[in-house]
Write a protein that binds this ligand. Structure first.
Ligand code: MN
Length: 227
């Protein structure tokens, strides 16, 4: 009988409202999914096909305090709706996509913008701009069985009580069912996968000591402080 030569890492988890832990498998993120943010990043605000990048599962954290990451002088906030996949599948039909969603939370796609700009310029992968330790603060997970599938309402992010980002879930270029359908044509989705669905306009820098709050209508909020 074979054995682990190292102790296997425990899964990263999110608390579920009402009890239980959601074990995180993979973390996918959609780029530029609100037209106004696509414009502020110098991109095309039209409905071009969504693109995806990833973060390591253990970049997700619900800790109230997280470290300011190394290797950046321009850490940016991107407040986002986060979808938690409960049932896997490949080539999921858009009409059935919501059946695969366990629930929702809000998160921040923390980005080392200076590194990302340099990597984009060189045509290199974004991983080190997006996939560092603690790069995905997330709140408590709300089961769709309790809250349904929010598709409209405010999504906001504030820093030290000052609102910096504001959008509406209805303004997503690609809806949650469309994202699940398209992503499942690229990879077979699995229970435990998370999808960050993109950020509205107003991204900007964070500093040590900042208190960040992200909220979405019908889902709730998450607050963390950078140390
Ligand atoms: Mn993002």
């Amino acid at each position: 009988m074979s054995h682990f030569v190292l102790p296997p890492a425990a899964p990263t988890v999110l608390d579920v409202a009402g009890g239980g832990l959601f074990p995180i498998r993979r973390v996918f993120c959609v780029g530029r999914n609100y037209a106004a943010h696509a414009r502020e990043m110098g991109g095309n605000p039209d409905r071009e096909p969504p693109f995806f990048f990833t973060k390591p599962a253990d970049a997700i954290s619900s800790a109230p305090t997280i470290p300011y990451p190394p290797a950046t002088r321009d850490l940016h906030h991107e407040g986002e709706l986060v979808v938690a996949i409960g049932a896997g599948g490949a080539d999921i039909a858009q009409e059935r996509a919501l059946d695969h969603v366990f629930g929702y939370t809000v998160g921040v796609d923390l980005t080392r913008r200076d590194l990302q700009s340099a990597l984009r310029k060189e045509g290199r992968p974004w991983d080190m701009a997006k996939g560092f330790d603690f790069a995905g603060p997330c709140g408590i997970l709300r089961p769709a069985a309790d809250i349904g599938h929010p598709s409209k309402g405010a999504i906001t992010l504030s820093v030290n009580g000052v609102q910096k980002q504001a959008g509406d879930l209805a303004d997503m270029v690609w809806s949650v069912p469309e994202i699940v359908a398209i992503l499942s044509g690229l990879v077979a989705l699995a229970p435990g996968d998370l999808i960050f669905t993109g950020t509205p306009e107003g991204v900007g820098p964070l500093a040590r000591g900042d208190r960040v709050e992200v909220r979405a209508a019908g889902i709730g909020g998450h607050v963390f402080t950078l140390r």
